[in-house]
Design a protein around this ligand. Structure first.
Ligand code: IDP
Ligand code: MG
Length: 139
């Protein structure tokens, strides 16, 4: 699984019309989309997805935001996918994100930061399985 990562285009970026631009950056950076859906997280699903952050002070803000509108969820394939995708999206806080990164270009704040990217191979597998069945992964 070391060549896969999981991403979501978050509700802010969908609302702001950035789906196409973000997918273009993903593809032109060498990632292959092997699963994708336009969907919406219920509050309960957002709470489950972000359970690791349940003790953080921003947890309620995060799950309310992530469930407020549609998202695009996808599994991406590339050598060194997790690390390379984190470089492509940039720092969590868009004001720290390097020029040309997805968060630099499209995020509006620390919370509403346009995209999710898995932080490890193990989490990429868990997060991908949260959203997709094996039949929905077309590699
Ligand atoms: P990451 O998405 O860069 O891996 P994490 O620390 O895993 O960052 O945090 C998960 C998500 O929680 C962030 O992408 C962001 O949407 C939100 N978040 C993180 N820190 C804050 C904060 O201080 N205020 C509000 N939301 C935050
Ligand atoms: Mg994270």
């Amino acid at each position: 699984m070391t060549n896969r990562t999981f991403t979501m285009i978050k509700p802010d970026a969908v609302e702001n019309g950035h789906i196409g631009s973000i997918l273009e950056k993903i593809n032109s950076s060498g990632f292959k989309i092997i699963a994708m859906k336009f969907t919406k997280l219920s509050l309960e699903k957002a709470e489950n997805f972000y359970e690791v952050h349940s003790d953080r002070p921003f947890f309620n803000e995060l799950v309310t935001f992530m469930s407020r509108g549609p998202i695009v969820a996808a599994i991406l394939e590339k050598n060194n996918a997790v690390e390379d995708f984190r470089l492509l999206i940039g720092s969590t806080n868009p004001s720290d994100a390097k020029e040309g990164t997805i968060r630099n270009l499209f995020a509006t704040s620390m919370g509403e930061n346009a995209v999710h990217g898995s932080d490890s191979d193990e989490n990429a597998m868990i997060e991908g399985a949260f959203h997709f069945s094996n039949e929905e992964i077309l590699s």
